[in-house]
Each structure stands twice: as C-alpha cells, then as structure tokens.
Design a protein around this ligand. Structure first.
Ligand SMILES: NC(=O)c1ccc[n+]([C@@H]2O[C@H](COP(=O)([O-])OP(=O)(O)OC[C@H]3O[C@@H](n4cnc5c(N)ncnc54)[C@H](OP(=O)(O)O)[C@@H]3O)[C@@H](O)[C@H]2O)c1
Length: 445
C-alpha cells in the first residue's frame, strides 16, 4: 500500500509507474458481517449503533473483470445508505449481494460473507480491465454510484431504467469506504482539480441525486423563478438542492431544524428559511391521523416568505412525516419530487389536493451517467461546491455513520482512506483560491 501512496503523493508519477506497481493481495475496508445480520433484532431504529456493526477488516483484493477498474481510494464519504446498511434497515444488504451473485460468474464475486460499503470515492486508477479505453492507471478520478449491466434495451434511453440497475457499495460489494475499490469504468469521472481528496469525494452521490431530482427533465425540471421547498436544506441532499435552486435562478424555501442549520442556508445565499423545530409543526396528531391545519399553517408561512406565492416544486425525502404537507403546499400544477422516505415509506396524503389542482408526484432515484457527469462538471467548474463539514479516519467510520444516523451532522461527512491527512490532492490552487470561502462554508459554522 505504501508504494501506491508514494506514487500518488509524488507529483511526477506516470501512468506507466502506476501500471508497474504490484497490487497487494488484501486491503483495509469497512465491512458488515453476514453472520451479524440479526444483531439489532428487536431494537428501535434510533438504538441501533453503527459503531457496533461496522468493522475495519483486511479483505481480499477482488479479481478485475472486463469494463472495470481497481481504484486506490484516497477519501470517501458517509451517505445515508451507509446508515441504512449498518442498521440492517429496511432490509439487510446481504440479500442484494446474493441476488446480484446469481446473475453471472463475474457478479458471483460480490456474494461474500462480508459487505464492503461506501458509494463515493476520490482516488487514482490502478488497473483497468479488458475493453477499457477511456481510463488508464494514474488517472485522478471520482466515481458515481450507478452500477448497470445494460444488456437489456430498457436502459438505453436512461440508464437508471436498466433492469439490473444497482447502487455501488450498497447493492454491490467492494465499495469506497476502503483503501481500494472495484468499480465499472462507466462510473468514473474526472476529479475536480481545485478540491482536496476529501472534498472531491463528498458530493458524488447526493449531488448527482439532487441534480436529477431537481434540475433534470427526468426529475422536476426546475426553471428560473420557481419557488422550491427543500426539506433538510442543510443536509446531504438538501445542501445541493439549495445550491441548484440558487444557481438556477429559482428561490429555495429551506426547511431546517435549528439555528446553526439556518445559518448555513443563509451562508449558501438562501433568504427564505423555515425552522421546523422552532415553529413546532406537528403534521400528525397521532400515528394514524394527520392534521390538515398544520399543513395550512406551513402553507401560510411559505406565502409570508414568498410574498403570497405557493411552491412550484417540493424537494421531498423525509417521506411519511412530511408528505401530506408537501402535497398540500404545492401550487396548482406543481410537482412533488421524491427520492426517499427517511421517516417511513407508507405515505398518506389527501388526494383531492393532488387531482383537483393537477399536481404531479414524480419518483426520482440517483442519476444516470450523463446526469452524474453534468453534476460533477458543475463542481469542477466551481459553480456548485462541496458541503463537507467534518472528516473522520477510516477506523472511525462507525462514529461518522452514527453522526448522520442521529442527524447531528451538517452537509456531508467525509472519511480519509489512503490519504494520510486532509488538504492533499489540490491541482488547481488558483481556482480553489477563488472559491475558498464557498468550499469551506460548512466547515466554518
Ligand atoms: N434515491 C436516492 O438516490 C437517494 C440518494 C440520496 C439519499 N437518499 C435518501 O434520502 C434521505 C436523505 O438523505 P441525505 O443524505 O440528505 O440525509 P441527511 O444528510 O441526513 O439529510 C436529511 C435531512 O432531512 C431532514 N429530516 C430528517 N427527518 C426529517 C423529518 N422527519 N421531517 C423533516 N425533515 C427531516 C433533516 O434536516 P433538518 O433536521 O435540518 O430538518 C436531515 O438533515 C435518506 O433516506 C437517504 O437514504 C436517496
């Protein structure tokens, strides 16, 4: 591993130097163990502690297949899917690996008694498999997390429609929370040159998701002037949705749960902010009954902030807790675009407000390669910025996941993998200097 790291840290290593490095037989990785699937049985979600289920192990280097790359991972990030995996909710991710393993002898590699997690990375290509021409050893890259087989015609308009579509490092093995990762090369994108490894690793999954969900025609197709209600506006997804709304000439109405988070939204440039805790919204009277007066109160507050207008788009992901309110507050003809159900997936809403006002509910999930590429390009150009607030070492990934599980974090939480310290990997200091305050926004608060 030392030879790999030395080559990355040296400024004059060539592609041939990387190709000549003998790869180790094993590497350090954050794993779940299949024989622990039941470890949290009977516990309440909030009592399930990722520090107990996430391990740091030596695992065998997987064999490299056609169209794939082995990447030395300098840094990765914690996503909410790491939390879901680590608490074995809503299902154990080993079921995904078993199903994937049944597809072919090559995918069988993924079906192991351990699961290497992680759906983001920034690092350097070490090897490429047969048939790969676009990438070579030594390339500095980030990886998006869409894994597709593309053998069916279904995925050829929009790769998210591939019947064998999976999220790498969640529904597949050999993810990014490790010293080395295995990806398909159609997951690779150039690392933004003005960012450190840990900054570059942090936008990937959430930035691409927010781009499709809000900007792409496959999602809400946001346009200039739209009012966009953004739940969790300083969180992983929300911190990018807020930036897209502002950069695209729309008006974000940011919902957060405390002052510090409100401050971060202001630092991004948002003006309309709702503190859901301070304002005490209770959309549910009890487990089965919603309170439409509370929907109305939220709608009234939005109108106060917008000068009497309703929202064109609701950027939804909390799910059960907020969905009834989201459908209610959307303007006539508007769109509720959802990619998740953090608080519960059995949603309830009053359909009269949907059909009578010709609203649309749009389902959105991650992003295709093109959308992920566009989203990464905007980061590389300094138009969208990382929202990294804190960085942990690989052996502290359990704590990093606990922070996200307990909603104690801001924006994104990073993890150093091979990188010996923060601050490395910047290749374009001039562009960095220009955007430094924006890059550090989430760190400074
Ligand atoms: N389908 C996809 O491709 C995709 C991609 C990324 C993420 N996701 C999913 O989307 C969800 C959010 O991910 P994330 O990375 O943004 O997580 P995150 O960093 O934890 O941010 C979510 C934010 O939502 C707000 N929130 C949480 N529970 C809420 C509730 N009951 N009511 C209102 N607001 C609530 C919180 O903000 P405040 O406390 O400040 O309000 C929280 O910070 C997760 O379930 C994740 O698995 C799906």
């Amino acid at each position: 591993m030392k030879e790999i790291l030395d080559a990355i840290l040296s400024t004059d290593s060539t592609s041939a130097d990387f190709a000549a490095i003998k790869l180790p037989e094993s590497y350090r990785a954050v794993t779940l163990h299949k024989d622990e699937e039941q470890m949290f049985a009977g516990l309440d979600s909030r009592d399930k502690d990722p520090r107990k289920s996430l391990h740091l192990d030596d695992v065998a280097l997987p064999e490299l297949g056609p169209g794939e790359a082995l990447v030395a991972v300098m840094a990765s990030a914690v996503n909410y899917n790491t939390v879901w995996s680590s608490i074995y909710e809503p299902v154990s991710t080993f079921g995904f690996l078993e199903r994937y393993g049944r597809l072919s002898p090559l995918t069988k590699r993924h079906d192991l008694p351990y699961h290497v997690l992680g759906s983001d990375l920034a690092g350097v290509v070490l090897r490429t498999g047969a048939g790969v021409n676009a990438w070579k050893p030594g390339d500095e890259v980030v990886a998006h997390c869409l894994s597709v087989e593309l053998e069916s015609s279904d995925g050829h308009n929009d790769t998210m429609m591939d019947p064998e579509q999976r999220i790498w490092g969640f529904e597949t093995n050999f993810g990014g929370l490790a010293q080395i990762a295995l990806v398909k090369t159609n997951q690779l994108m150039p690392k933004p040159a003005h960012l450190t490894w840990e900054e570059a690793a942090s936008p990937g999954l959430v930035n691409s998701t927010a781009y499709r969900q809000l900007v792409s025609q496959n999602g809400a197709g946001m346009k200039q002037g739209d009012n966009v209600l953004i739940w969790g506006a300083s969180g992983g997804l929300g911190s990018y949705a807020t930036q897209y709304a502002l950069a695209g000439g729309a008006t974000p109405i940011c919902v957060v749960s405390n002052d510090q988070k409100a401050e971060i939204c202001r630092a991004m440039g948002a003006e309309a902010i709702i503190d859901r805790s301070a304002e005490g919204y209770r959309f549910w009277k009890d487990e089965n009954t919603q309170d439409p007066r509370e929907w109305k109160r939220l709608g009234g507050r939005i109108r106060e902030l917008t000068g009497g207008e309703d929202v064109d788009i609701v950027f939804e992901h909390p799910g059960r807790e907020t969905f009834g309110a989201s459908v209610y507050v959307t303007r006539k003809g508007g769109t509720i675009v959802t990619c998740a159900s953090t608080s519960g997936f059995m949603h309830q809403y009053d359909n009269r407000y949907l059909w009578m006002s010709l609203k649309k509910i749009v389902g959105s999930h991650f992003a295709n390669y093109r959308e992920a590429w566009e989203a990464n390009r905007l980061v590389a150009k300094g138009k969208i910025h990382p929202t990294l607030s804190k960085v942990y070492s690989l052996d502290q990934t359990g704590q990093a996941a606990l922070d996200v599980h307990q909603n104690k974090h801001q924006g994104k939480v990073g993890v150093l993998c091979l990188a010996p310290s923060e601050g490395l990997g910047v290749r374009d200091p001039e562009l960095r200097e220009k955007h430094l305050p924006a890059i550090n926004r989430f760190r400074d608060i």
